[in-house]
Design a protein around this ligand. Sequence first.
Ligand code: TXE
Length: 480
Amino acid sequence: MDYLSNYINGKKVPAKGEKWIDVFHPAKGKVYAQLPDSQAADVEEAYQAAKAAFPEWSNTTIEYRSEMLEKIASAIEARHEELAQAESKDNGKPISLARRVDIYRAAANFRFFSKAITQYSSEAHHTAGMNVMNYTIRKPIGVVGCISPWNLPLYLFSWKIAPALAAGNTVVAKPSEVTPYTASMLADILDEVGLPKGVLNIVHGLGGSTGQAIVEHPDITAISFTGGTTTGAHIARVAAPMFKKLSLELGGKNPNIIFADCNFEQMLKTTVQSSFSNQGQICLCGSRIYVERSLYSKFKKAFVEATEKLRVGMPNEDATQVGALVSEEHLNKVLSYVQKAKEEGGKILTGGNRITKEGFASGYFMEPTIIELDSNDCTINRDEVFGPVVTIMPFDTEEEVLGYANATKYGLSATLWTENLSRTMRMTEEIQAGIVWVNTWLTRDLRTPFGGVKASGVGREGGFYALDFFTEPKNICIRF
Ligand code: TXE
């Protein structure tokens, strides 16, 4: 059994209390590690370390911070396989995905922001005719809080930490209690590269204790959070009276809109990925699939066939395409949505069940599931399910499908498949989402704004948007 520790002031330290939380191996349904449930006193210790480190870190040169992040990126790459194995074990995701996406991107996040910060510059506004010059400097905020979820553990942890550090802040960070392992491995990497002590502090524990203590801390004045919409709303309520700066990346219920003129093969291949990658546990997965009626029966047959060919298997096997869901509680939640969909008239075209065959019974495996609907007005098309479950439904007109796409409280991403340029321009303008992919999915350029509208969040991450979030602009106006 592994016991994880907090990483505060450059050292692995035990939490002050005695409360421990089990960490499960989702493919086996067994506890393999424990992490401390850190309380307010532990967060305070982390805050004090970050506060003490701030003056020096925020006054280092950009080149120095850039080099530090670069070293972290290289150290992650050097341990790529070890980290990928750990992520796959902790989360249940296929090892191939952990290698190709999670750990690759964790290193890329540090490398990207090591470069982005060197291109981040101040603005000046010369007010001609008045002998006035305004210039705007961007100062780091101070001690900031980063709270991340379990679906892409190190990937999303680093997506917040890297820009926060690049901009000169010091950080108190909490990974998800469900998947804390790679964050604790990151602590070893920080030691190895010689990140000054106190610059990045990692505290483990439950959302309601450790996370809450970070959000409630009066002097942690900015919080970057990715997680569920309900948690995001709670964090916003706690933080608002203290006027904290908030970046909230929340849930999604993303439409995947397919027109008959699309490139069918490309669309089919990508739609299988956008439906079931990471067991459907990506906030960007396209969980509501709308298909133009003239293509509907061809699509339905081919999509069911392709889905049934997906190899559900042990996460550590190279050939596995779909692994285990992250926890039993989450699996049961996903299954309850399938049950509800059936009660509301949905027809299961494939899947729908927990996998209980030999070798799988104690793990949290579920069949990739397609549900056919005849109405958009049902729970499964309203709530974020966050599992290997998608719905399909035909449509006749652009106006009709736009209505379906926007009939949700969420607005994170959308995917559109068509070769018609005018339709693309019309639809992309009207779809309510922070990100619209056309004839592709999950294609990312780290410079672009990432985030959602409506209940999918507040603020944007990525590129200079993240650096804007993690700095405070100060305008200086000089008359000469
Ligand atoms: O997330 P939580 P959960 C969605 C998905 C999922 C649902 C709930 O639909 O089924 O959210 O998942 C910390 N103060 N997404 O409950 O609780 C928590 O410890 C401060 C979408 O696992 O939001 C963890 O570190 N922090 C999502 C982080 O918040 C608190 C990815 C996220 O956990 C806290 C994951 C509190 N009071 C789930 N309570 C996405 N957008 O990608 C919890 N936390």
